[in-house]
Design a protein around this ligand. Sequence first.
Ligand code: NAD
Ligand code: LMR
Length: 327
Amino acid sequence: MSKPAQRIAISGAAGQIAYSLLFRIANGDLLGKDQPVILQLLDLPQAQAAVKGVVMELEDCAFGLLQDIIITDDPKIAFKDADFVLLVGARPRSKGMERKDLLSANAEIFTVQGRALNEVASRNVKILVVGNPANTNAYIAMKSAPDLPQKNFTSMMRLDHNRALSQLAAQSGQSITDIEKIIVWGNHSPTMYPDFRFATVNGASLTQMINDETWNREVFMPTVAKRGTAVIEARGLSSAASAANAAIDHMRDWVLGSNGRWVTMGVPSNGAYGIPKELLYGFPVTTANGEYTLVSDLEIDAFSRERMDLALQELLEEQNGVKHLLG
Ligand code: NAD
Ligand code: LMR
């Protein structure tokens, strides 16, 4: 007998990230090949026709796991009883903008959607915010949903984590699957701090294999931090397939477990590493049984402290900029 279907709500369903994401979810890449799903698709009124086109394509794939599809422009319908919510819908940046420039355009969306989640979503809902600036948007949604556990709100740092992994594999000549224990601390913005001080390859230290602090600071860190800009410059559009892939990785690991591997998630701080409570910040976590656990007590040297504080300052400024929305 098949399992009961899980309800997955996705905002921005007519957008370019959703165009990769929906098909992979319906194919079982997020919750597993034995888990039926119901997709609850949210987009603006003017995007409803485009969503219907995407739904026609979903139907034409004849996915065995896809039990039902709901299309709506009302967050309370989209989030009703949702077990998983991917908040993708928001304006993307274009050339010359930083992600924080989107704050005023996008912040209000997350107040409204946070309130709707508070009212109608499953009490165990797992929420991932992808829309930029993702960490602060997730903070807004969380603060707008006081009846839901704060730990259910996360933001996407996994694309940065995957970007870092790929760069490290290329530089060291090691296989991506053998590299463990990397972190991207902080904000999904140029202040992020990709950190491989603890990384291992089959148990051996990756820093000893690379052993080039100039490459770390002058090539690796800026390449990872500015990768979103590089993609926009090359493609004329912000990353989409890789963002959808990171969203799947984030959710899948959260639900099905990371098997002891460290992954980076934006999660509300518990006060560890000098990051104020509640702030959504990129931390190393492991995941098991549907819960994430912070990797704690890592040594923070002076350079790392400086970099982590830079991201913190930026997040505090972003938070300050949306205070008026949170009452
Ligand atoms: P897009 O413009 O192609 O699609 C966005 C969709 O959201 C559109 O269909 C739009 O109608 C919809 N939308 C806008 N406001 C909405 C609302 N209030 N409710 C529901 N839907 C709404 O953009 P995209 O390329 O899919 O990117 C979406 C967001 O994801 C952007 O903010 C982008 O910057 C962000 N992003 C984040 C990461 C990350 O790593 N965190 C990576 C890539 C992109
Ligand atoms: C990315 O990192 O690719 C996305 O956040 C899009 C952007 O604006 O950079």
